[in-house]
Design a protein around this ligand. Structure first.
Ligand code: COA
Length: 260
């Protein structure tokens, strides 16, 4: 297992747990953290023992409070564009082949909100705060915020968050569909692990196909999405896991999926 300077990576059975570890800077994403985050996802992609990834922030205050603003100062537009167009952490998460859960334990702002938006599920503590405050710095979201947030919560709510830069609380985030679940801070890790472990029992092949199919809904037109859904469904028929799942149902027992 590799070690990283700005993150902690642990395996907890079939669940990998990534903690962004710059609590003194509220886990702001600097270049190093982004690169290490992308490398961690590459590492986990190759590791068949890992079926689900949880990502969170160190400390009790923040998930991620955004891009590291200190790095913005004095940076040329071309250098900034290079940073943003090199393979990003957001893309690494978005294209990851296994389910990723954001465990949002506090401030989830700017690039932090965009990181959570790149994940498949978001579980938040009651104390979490969400926002796209870039407008307050004279800039706009650049890690997918204008696109993924809008697809998730609709144009009206996305506009409101992006144009005002105001933060919303966890219950509001839940109400607009930005998070899947809100739990008391003390239950956050337990509840997130419970969901992660439940998903980790499924067939990794079916999970992969399911992710790909669901993501197509916002990236293709309906006819193409429906056609590709059928192809991905049929592809599941090539797996031993499908035989096991069907047999286990008929034999009235729990399936044991092997990822083959
Ligand atoms: N980039 C760099 N450093 C950041 C940061 C960011 N996005 N967010 C917080 N920090 C740093 C602070 O500079 C401070 O560092 P210091 O102790 O060396 O001065 C430390 O983290 C703690 O933050 P602080 O602002 O003192 O905490 P707070 O409780 O008073 O306020 C926030 C919390 C989240 C409201 C505030 O930190 C904030 O507004 N952060 C920026 C959010 C943002 O605009 N993100 C989008 C960036 S594009």
């Amino acid at each position: 297992m590799s070690s990283y300077e700005t993150l902690l990576l642990e395996r907890r059975g079939r669940v990998a747990f990534i903690t962004i570890n710059r609590p003194d800077k509220l886990n702001a994403l600097n270049i190093k953290t982004r690169a290490e985050g992308a490398a961690a996802f590459d590492e986990l992609r190759e590791d068949d023992s890992v079926r689900v990834v949880v990502i969170t922030g160190a400390g009790e205050k923040a998930f991620v409070a955004g891009a590291d603003i200190a790095e913005f100062e004095g940076r040329t537009p071309v250098a900034q564009r290079d940073v943003m167009t090199s393979r990003s952490l957001f893309t690494a998460v978005d294209t990851f082949t296994k389910p990723v859960i954001a465990m949002v334990n506090g401030y989830c702002l700017g690039g932090g909100c965009e990181l959570a938006l790149s994940c498949d599920l978001r579980v938040a503590s009651e104390t979490a705060r969400f926002g796209q405050p870039e407008i307050n710095l004279g800039i706009i979201p650049g890690g997918g915020g204008t696109q993924r947030l809008t697809r998730l919560v609709g144009e009206g709510k996305a506009m409101e968050m992006i144009l005002t830069g105001d933060m919303i609380d966890a219950q509001t985030a839940f109400r607009i569909g930005l998070v899947n679940l809100v739990v008391p801070a003390a239950d956050l890790e337990g509840k997130t692990m419970e969901i992660a472990n439940r998903i980790a029992e499924k067939s990794p092949i079916a999970l992969r196909m399911a992710k790909e199919a669901v993501k197509l809904a916002s990236r293709s037109n309906l006819d193409e999405g429906l056609r590709r859904e059928v192809d991905l469904f049929a592809l599941c028929f090539s797996s031993e896991d499908k035989d096991e799942g069907v047999r286990a149902f008929l034999e009235k027992r729990k399936p044991e999926f092997k990822g083959r």
